[in-house]
Design a protein around this ligand. Structure first.
Ligand code: CAO
Length: 427
């Protein structure tokens, strides 16, 4: 029996993925769940597993192809008898029906697209050159002059393409909208070869999506950055004393895992930091679950897997899950839905170094915690300098929803909780 292996549903709003590498050859024997291809979507890299065991009969895609969800990528010849042949036939007939409907819909869409294209082309033409002697009344010309519109670029909608006052206003409105939309990507680069040799490399999907998300977050969120330091001298002793218990479970008791626990409690204490802003409806969305994203540095770039219900998990559970998620992200095994649904994020660069940094809030989150490298510092306590292990923390937050005092309070609460964890049990 021949079985088709299609690109499955990946995640909401993702309709395609790119083939990075085909991992099998025609004639190869595969087992169920063996990886057939390495894929990359807007959200993540993943491997496409075989649904069945059998022999690869056809490979219908090639490296770098963009594949649509539902598109057949491989056919596999299985040894199974075709028990469900009848069922398949009925299903196939139903599919044909749906396909027909889809085709009709696609044709309609194509028509609309054609119209849009024509409109855009016409607009481009209008923008390109200013025409002379366009038909418009003196009153309309005056309006255009007053609002600074070059009437020679406006397309007329009246009889014989006569330009109306509404045409002039619509043109001005469009121009304003264009101006206010982010134009950072339209920037014309200089010719670098003027100064030396250069090399161009295609950005992969993950880099493109990171770039897009970061500039959207940066442009839409008015950021404030707050800094503080936690005295983690005692906490470090606890971490060393208890790490052996976590190691027995195959994970590590790291500062990130402890911070996940403390931050989860902080998010319950300060629900605004666990919220999102709905500017369209003028509402704040408070979430009754605590999902925290953790920034992971991978070969492909930054990925932020989400630890769900972090408030309900022990430090041991969080350490194990963090370890698993970071490993999955680095081995390209992370699923797109494991990268979604975070309310807040932690980015720990302390393992690498640095005294402080200001991470960008990931929209639709409203805050992110940056963690830098802890080091021993001389701290003046009770009249004398004492060596203390100090951990620098930074909080970036959306000033539309969080006021400065609240930001400072939240970060101080985190520092206090690291210095005296018993405080977290008071609420
Ligand atoms: N200060 C001092 N040392 C630190 C530290 C800190 N803040 N954080 C980690 N370390 C140490 C650890 O103790 C560990 O030391 P040992 O090997 O001696 O035990 C070492 O650094 C490596 O830590 P780790 O990476 O294994 O573990 P972690 O839980 O602390 O971090 C993770 C996990 C996934 C957060 C981290 O590996 C990572 O990818 N960080 C980069 C995040 C990133 O790219 N952020 C930028 C995003 S921009 O917004």
């Amino acid at each position: 029996m021949i079985k088709e292996i299609k690109l499955p549903e990946i995640a909401e709003n993702i309709t395609t993925a790119v083939v990075i590498e085909i991992l099998v050859k025609k004639g190869d024997k595969v087992q169920k769940d063996d990886s057939l291809a390495e894929m990359e979507s807007d959200k993540a890299s993943f491997e496409l597993p075989s649904d069945v065991s059998g022999t690869i009969k056809e490979i219908k895609v090639a490296n770098d192809d963009e594949v649509e969800v539902g598109q057949v990528m491989f056919t596999v010849e299985t040894e199974e008898e075709d028990k469900a042949e009848e069922e398949d036939k009925v299903e196939a007939e139903a599919e044909v029906e749906v396909e027909k409907e889809d085709k009709d819909e696609a044709e309609d869409e194509a028509e609309v697209e054609e119209e849009d294209k024509a409109e855009v082309e016409a607009e481009k033409e209008d923008e390109g050159k200013s025409r002379k002697d366009v038909p418009a009344s003196p009153a309309v010309r005056r309006v255009a002059r007053e609002i600074g519109v070059d009437i020679g670029r406006v397309k007329g909608s009246g009889p014989n393409n006569r330009i109306t006052e509404d045409d002039v206003k619509a043109y001005a409105k469009k121009a304003m909208q264009k101006k206010s939309s982010p134009a950072a990507d339209d920037y014309d680069l200089p010719d670098f070869s003027h100064w030396g040799k250069t090399r161009r490399e295609k950005m992969d999907n993950i880099r493109k999506i990171i770039a897009k998300n970061m500039s959207e977050s940066w442009q839409s969120i008015p950021h404030v950055f707050q800094f503080d330091k936690a005295d983690v001298t005692e906490l470090e002793k606890f971490r060393k004393d208890y790490s052996k218990y976590v190691e027995k479970e195959g994970a590590k008791l790291t500062v990130t895992a402890i911070l996940l626990k403390i931050t989860a409690i902080a998010l319950k204490t300060f629900p605004r930091f666990n919220a999102s802003l709905d500017m369209k409806n003028g509402e704040i969305i408070y979430k009754e679950y605590v999902n925290i994203g953790v920034a992971v540095d991978t070969e492909k770039g930054l990925l932020v897997p989400v630890i769900r219900d972090a408030d309900k998990k022990s430090i041991m559970e969080l350490s194990i899950e963090l370890n698993e998620m970071a490993e999955k992200a680095r081995n390209k095994k992370i699923k797109p839905d494991e990268l979604q649904g975070g309310n807040f994020a932690i980015s720990n660069l302390g393992g690498i170094g640095g005294t402080n940094f200001t991470p960008i809030v990931y929209r639709p989150n409203v805050a992110i915690l940056g963690v830098s490298r802890s080091q021993t510092e001389a701290v003046f306590i009770d009249g004398e300098f004492k060596p203390r292990m100090m951990l620098p923390l930074s909080l970036s937050y959306d000033h539309r929803i969080i006021d400065g005092a609240e930001g400072a309070r939240f970060l101080r609460w985190l520092c206090d909780a690291m210095e005296r964890p018993i405080l977290t049990m008071f609420k």
